[in-house]
Design a protein around this ligand. Structure first.
Ligand SMILES: [Zn+2]
Length: 286
């Protein structure tokens, strides 16, 4: 039985703290490495002028600010024209206050999610809105699934997609309990339409084969769905039992995350009326 489509992982992945990925893009690591963040959150200085944009802000780690200062200098930037966020998860929005205290009260643009935006004052962005700075254009693409406020950005000057947590440099993304796998799969299909040459993800290295990577992500989810249907057909009823059957090649400490993924698939199948549930027990609909 085929076990996996996506075979790489964030674990142990090493990246430089500051790296230049194009004439207009410098990436600075948020200094928040971890199980779900890999080497940490990528924050992007984007533009060719004296006041570029910053996409995502990391988590507000003290070690980040000296690196951002250094990277801004190497990028030839004197200040920021604004902050643009992919979504409101804490490892993306968490550095806003630090950055504003260093670079002034620059605007923070994102699709609002009041419950998670906290006290950050938001300049509203929505699907197809555009943010510009000298040398770069960011076209917002609403890509819910991982998070309902999630925006990816197409940067035509680099033929690049900034994918936030929708497509990662290694491994697969988590669909949390308040996420929606059906939306997520539709978001991946939408990203395919842009025919980008490169992906700048929120975690991990840049991706030079976007189409292949996105198609691999879609195949991965299809494989997991097939495995869940197989497991239910074989009479398994609970998420832990399905995880044990499906993730034999994944270390036990990742089984909680795997369970979240199985749960996301089951909720999608439930909405499609292909499975039914009673509490923790699941079965195939007749
Ligand atoms: Zn996230």
């Amino acid at each position: 039985m085929k076990k996996r489509v996506v075979t790489d992982s964030m674990i142990g992945l090493d990246m430089p703290d500051i790296d230049r990925w194009s004439e207009r893009v410098t990436v600075v690591l948020g200094q928040n490495p971890g199980m779900f963040t890999g080497p940490g959150t990528n924050t992007y200085i984007i533009g060719t002028g004296s006041h570029p944009l910053l996409v995502d802000t990391g988590q507000g780690m003290d070690a980040y600010m000296p690196l951002l200062r250094q990277a801004m200098q190497e990028h030839g930037a004197e200040g920021l024209s604004g902050i643009v966020l992919t979504h409101a998860h804490p490892d993306h929005i968490g550095g806003v206050a630090h950055i504003q205290s260093e670079y002034g009260a620059v605007s923070v643009s994102k699709k609002p999610w009041p419950e998670l935006d906290g006290d950050v004052e938001i300049t509203v962005l929505d699907d197809e809105d555009v943010v510009t700075t000298e040398g770069a254009t960011l076209q917002a693409i609403h890509t819910p699934g991982h998070a309902k406020d999630h925006l990816c950005y197409f940067v035509p000057e680099d033929e690049a997609l900034i994918t936030g947590d929708v497509v990662l440099g290694a491994g697969t993304t988590v669909i949390p309990p308040d996420g929606d796998l059906g939306d997520y799969i539709r978001s991946l299909h939408r990203l395919l339409d842009f025919d980008a040459k490169v992906i700048y993800p929120a975690h991990g290295p840049c991706i030079r084969n976007p189409r292949e990577k996105i198609e691999e992500y879609l195949q991965h989810r299809q494989l997991r769905e097939d495995q869940i249907i197989d497991g239910l057909e074989a009479g398994l009823e609970t998420i832990p039992d399905l995880v044990k059957r499906m993730y034999t090649d994944v270390p036990e400490f990742l089984h909680h995350a795997a369970g979240m993924s199985v749960d996301a698939h089951l909720r999608k199948l439930l909405r499609e009326e292909r499975v039914a549930r009673d509490g923790d027990r699941w079965w195939l609909s007749k």
